[in-house]
Design a protein around this ligand. Sequence first.
Ligand SMILES: C[S@@+](CC[C@H](N)C(=O)[O-])C[C@H]1O[C@@H](n2cnc3c(N)ncnc32)[C@H](O)[C@@H]1O
Length: 344
Amino acid sequence: MELLCIQSQEHPKLPQGELKAVIECEQMQTNLEVITEGLVILKDISPENLDDYYQILTRRLGYTHEVHQILKTSDISNLNEDILSISWQDYINENFAVRVKRFNSQIDTVAYERKAGSLILEKCDNIKVKLNNPNSLVRLVAFEDVIYVAIEKYHLDKKHFEDIKPHKRPFFYPGSMSPKLARCMVNLSRVKAGQLVLDPFCGTGGILIEAGLIGCRVVGSDVNWKMKNGTAINLEHCGIKDYRTFHLDVRELKMYEKVASVVTDPPYGISTSTGDIDGDDIFKEFFHSIYDNMADDAYLCMASPHYVDLTPMVDEVGFEIVEQYAIKMHRSLTRIITVIKKSL
Ligand SMILES: C[S@@+](CC[C@H](N)C(=O)[O-])C[C@H]1O[C@@H](n2cnc3c(N)ncnc32)[C@H](O)[C@@H]1O
């Protein structure tokens, strides 16, 4: 069986990297095929795994917009008979809408939506078309001449990423990253629900909120007590209960339990305080103090500016770089997202 993911195209690599990391840490048995940027198919999923995998993906992913179950892989000339061959009553709950999404295809979306809708109605009794807020969404995804006929069984809640934007939280301080990037970084750290995630530069708690929302236990620390308190306020606001916060300098970090993942956005640039540590030394200090607090198979995902070379610092401590992504912020700043693990 197959799941189709429609992904954000705001970055050429991060959405796929995030998806691969989730597949890896959740030990999903599937083969991933990238059709084009923004369109990925997970193939060869066994029927007994399908629902579990579907729910994990919709619960976790930040840079994926929609996930659908493929019912038929068709093409323009066979579409009508392929639509008629599907037992729609098994998938549609009272009412439905058909929506077409095109990738590198010129098909007339409105005409195809109408045509597919009337074929489905022809096939089933007791269902209706409902364009606004339907119970069931039929997705036709056209890529060149291929048309994937798919159904949305579980909805990925994109509204959450709007509702939880930094300025909408009770404790706000400039410099918090976007919730989608924070979610993606948590996923890149290959952590699972129930495991412990640490952010030792927690600021307003943006990263920990995303980790908490996918079911992780979270711990945050910050050299600034206002930030430590603000993180707790924001976590409570988001309904996250399994957390601890500490007021401390990263150099004093001594965790009560080795963590499964570290996800963090260390301070850099003139406007951010680094707790009396000079310039790039904050990164060195951070690597030294974090190493012993991480489980041997833990991953670290962090952001840094392009002009700081992490490689020698990582090598010196006994870490290795797994992957890196560059995000251009403006003309003079590119943010690098780095995934690191212990080199054992
Ligand atoms: C870029 S902000 C983190 C933003 C955070 N991801 C958020 O969502 O708000 C960096 C944080 O590191 C803290 N910090 C600076 N130097 C530190 C140090 N030596 N030890 C621990 N925290 C430090 C600052 O107080 C600041 O809150």
